[in-house]
Design a protein around this ligand. Structure first.
Ligand code: ZN
Length: 558
């Protein structure tokens, strides 16, 4: 079996690192590009970590694998809970490789908690719940591997704890370096000492640092500060140089005939404006509020500017509290239970009169559908008319006189497969990706469009792809590939059968002329695909609570 090693660089974009590769400042990535191929990699909508990585390692669109975001709507409720590997439908690339006799090493790959049996070893990802004793979690398979982890990395940090605030860049960087080192140490140990045919590790620190400090180097960002730029203007590049050294370290540890594939799950770019979709939906009467005295009072205060966002900014001006990593979702000042009691929030929504609402932070819109939502008001036949109403409302959103929204896309245009019903009904696309359409951070501001705060960058659709190895062209830039194609490429390069339910196609672009004809891919028929793992257990209440905490810390959800 031919060996394939995959390095995932979360959120990597050629928009940022392309020039550094070309200039030779990232020499190890440059070497892979020179000895192999490079291409843009198209992610899927919504370009979110827990959606994109599974699309990669299941070779499928979310319509089939069932993961659409950080949280999933609970049946018969408006509540959303963190997703885990238990929500994943179907078989993963690692399981397929094992089914066909290959050994795997799966390290820090998102949406693998709780660890599930593989033919090899698995260590779980940034979404592992940080229980008080981390070794009590299902963070490794086989469980005995935890002892080996302890010997190699000491303690398992899972993800960095620091969030950016002015003046703390050195501490933040030290924290990121520590988790990065853990991941690389563990990966190098595994690829040097274990038997494997497919090894994968994902580094998330590349994504974290870009989210947090993009504004430091971007003079167009309103949080950019020339003084901070003078001191730390190259912080992201310096971190990438460290990642590049690690790429060299891992490359040196690989057998010379292994294929080396590098990909990101999505790209990255600045956020300049937040677009609060629910404020527009409320303005147009699509969202209605309760008529009790408390809600009326909160609405009056809201219209006067008593919002979590304004209070947060006031605290910042007074020098109290740090800049939170927010992704826009946390409401800055901390939209927790207490905040919901004080400020206008989703608790004040009168669901019995509401027809559509936004959620998440990638433009997701749900219809308050009869028979699905607990207090649904819209019947299926009314959806086309409602869509027109929502589109008309969105068309009124402007920034500096210019329309902000490109279009409203129904889920059927984005996904196909048996889990389509789990997706939000519509997705709002902004004309400019630096306008981030928010739903989840309901009513943190009383404006529809405002300057962003918290995270200064977020995800884009264009990720990166680099590959070198036997049969791969050398020094060539090829046409973009799609993230859901790569699992098919990997199975084919390993000499294994490609499962018939994968969405991916294998293009000849990366390979020597005629290779695809000489070695045509073999298909694993549907009848031979084992039933989806179905072994993953649901999360415990303690795990759910810790995961919610982590997601908040990571800046993903409120
Ligand atoms: Zn990501």
């Amino acid at each position: 079996m031919r060996k394939v090693f995959v390095l995932g660089l979360d959120g990597a974009t050629f928009d940022l690192i392309g020039p550094w590769i070309d200039s030779g400042e990232l020499p190890n990535l440059r070497r892979i590009a020179d000895e192999g191929v490079r291409a843009d990699l198209a992610s899927l909508w919504p370009p979110l970590t827990p959606v994109a990585w599974p699309s990669f390692y299941m070779g499928k669109n979310p319509g089939k694998h069932g993961l659409y975001g950080y949280k999933v709507r609970q049946k018969g409720s408006y509540e959303e809970l963190p997703v885990s590997a238990a929500d994943r439908k179907g078989r993963t690339l690692f399981e397929h490789v094992g089914d066909q006799g290959g050994k795997v090493a799966v390290l820090s790959v998102p949406m693998t908690y709780p660890a599930s049996p593989v033919n090899g070893v698995m260590v779980t990802c940034i979404f592992t719940p940080k229980l008080d004793d981390i070794w009590q979690t299902d963070c490794a398979y086989p469980p005995e591997f935890k002892e080996e982890m302890k010997r190699v990395i000491g303690t398992f940090k899972i993800h960095p704890d620091h969030q950016y605030r002015k003046g703390n860049i050195p501490d933040l960087l030290a924290d990121y370096r520590e988790t990065l080192k853990q991941r690389i140490d563990l990966c190098e140990h595994v690829i040097r000492t274990k038997e494997w045919d497919l090894a994968i590790t994902v580094l998330n620190e590349t994504d974290h640092i870009q989210h947090q400090v993009w504004h430091v180097h971007d003079p167009k960002h309103h949080d950019h500060d020339p003084e901070e730029f003078r001191k730390h203007g190259h912080v992201i590049k310096e971190f990438w140089k460290e990642v590049d050294r690690d790429v060299g370290r891992l490359a040196a540890a690989l057998p010379p005939d292994a294929t080396f594939m590098i990909l990101s799950d999505h790209g990255h770019g600045p956020i300049y404006r937040w677009v609060h979709l629910n404020n527009m939906l409320a303005k147009k009467g699509l969202i209605r509020f309760k008529r009790g005295p408390l809600s009326l009072l909160k609405r009056a205060a809201f219209s006067l500017g008593f919002t979590p966002g304004n209070v947060y900014r006031l605290l910042l001006r007074l020098g109290v509290g740090g800049k939170k990593k927010g992704g826009g979702m946390e409401g800055g000042g901390g939209a927790g239970k207490l905040a919901r009691r004080v400020f206008l929030s989703e608790d004040d929504i009168d669901w019995s009169r509401t027809r559509a609402y936004a959620t998440g932070h990638m433009g997701q819109i749900n219809v308050n559908l009869k028979g699905r939502e607990p207090q649904g008001t819209v019947s299926k036949s009314e959806i086309p008319a409602l869509r027109k109403e929502i589109e008309a409302a969105l068309a009124e959103i402007t920034d500096d006189g210019h329309p902000v929204i490109d279009r409203l896309v129904p889920r059927e245009e984005l996904f196909h497969g048996e889990t389509l019903a789990l997706a939000s009904d519509f997705f709002v696309m902004t004309k400019d990706p630096s306008h981030q359409a928010l739903g989840g951070a309901s009513f943190i501001s009383n404006r529809v469009v405002e300057k962003s705060y918290g995270n200064s960058a977020t995800h884009r659709l264009n990720g990166i792809f680099l590959m070198k190895g036997p049969g791969v062209k050398r020094g060539v830039r090829i046409d973009p590939l799609r993230i859901q194609d790569l699992a098919s490429h990997i199975m084919w390069r390993m000499g294994l059968k490609v499962p018939a339910d994968f969405d991916g196609t294998i293009s000849s672009g990366p390979y020597d002329d005629g290779l695809l004809d000489r070695e045509p891919p073999q298909t694993l028929p549907l009848s031979e695909i084992k039933a989806g793992a179905g072994r993953e257990r649901p999360l415990t209440d303690d795990e759910i609570a810790k995961m919610k905490e982590n997601l908040k810390k990571l800046g993903y959800v409120d």
